[in-house]
Design a protein around this ligand. Structure first.
Ligand code: GDP
Ligand code: MG
Length: 174
């Protein structure tokens, strides 16, 4: 962790299948906005958000995959030096849920097994289209020693909470 007195820089990365809502979650958290239209590759690697927590100024550098996830080959540069990660699936898409395990393996191999992680079941506003139960998500997270939240980037459900929980886990460890 880069630390100069009371200032911390933390690298957080977002992983998960294409279309689960990674870019929307990032935009909701950092820019407080949501776009219904498809948000294509944004060409920006990361966004920065500053927090003041426990008398420390924390700069979160949050990396989006910018479309690489489509090919399931995320460059190792992306994972390097990560302090925490959010593994995201879509509760209306069972394939994206099944792929969480694969993403977890990628993370173990590239970022290390001790990097803090949180699993998010996104699009929880779409209850009528739900395919993956909350219990299934919670069980998977428990099996992998990860925290779990269901989120909605659209309705702003649990987004702040999830990032805060991740940052607090990272801080408690260091
Ligand atoms: P990414 O490929 O993982 O970055 O996914 P995007 O952030 O581009 O989102 C893919 C699509 O899902 C877009 O059409 C979004 O508007 C939609 N979407 C993202 N998050 C939510 C959400 O929480 N609820 C709903 N209903 N739609 C969402
Ligand atoms: Mg995206």
């Amino acid at each position: 962790m880069d630390e100069t007195s009371d200032f911390l820089l933390l690298k957080i990365i977002l992983v998960g299948d294409a279309l689960v809502g990674k870019t929307c979650i990032l935009q909701r958290y950092v820019d407080h906005s949501f776009h219904h239209s498809y948000v294509s590759t944004i060409g920006i690697d990361f966004k920065v958000k500053t927090l003041h927590l426990n008398d420390k100024f924390i700069k979160l550098q949050i990396w989006d995959t910018a479309g690489q996830e489509r090919f399931h080959t995320i460059s190792t540069r992306y994972f390097r030096g990560a302090h925490g990660l959010l593994i995201i699936y879509d509760i209306t898409n069972s394939v994206s849920f099944d792929n969480v395990v694969g993403w977890m393996k990628d993370v173990d191999a590239n970022a290390g097994e001790d990097v803090d992680r949180i699993i998010l079941g996104n699009k929880c506003d779409l209850e009528e289209k739900r395919i993956v139960s909350k219990e299934k998500g919670a069980k998977l997270a428990w099996e992998h020693g990860a925290r779990f939240f269901e989120t909605s980037a659209k309705d702003n459900v649990n987004i702040e909470k999830a990032f805060l929980a991740l940052v607090q886990d990272i801080m408690n460890k260091n």
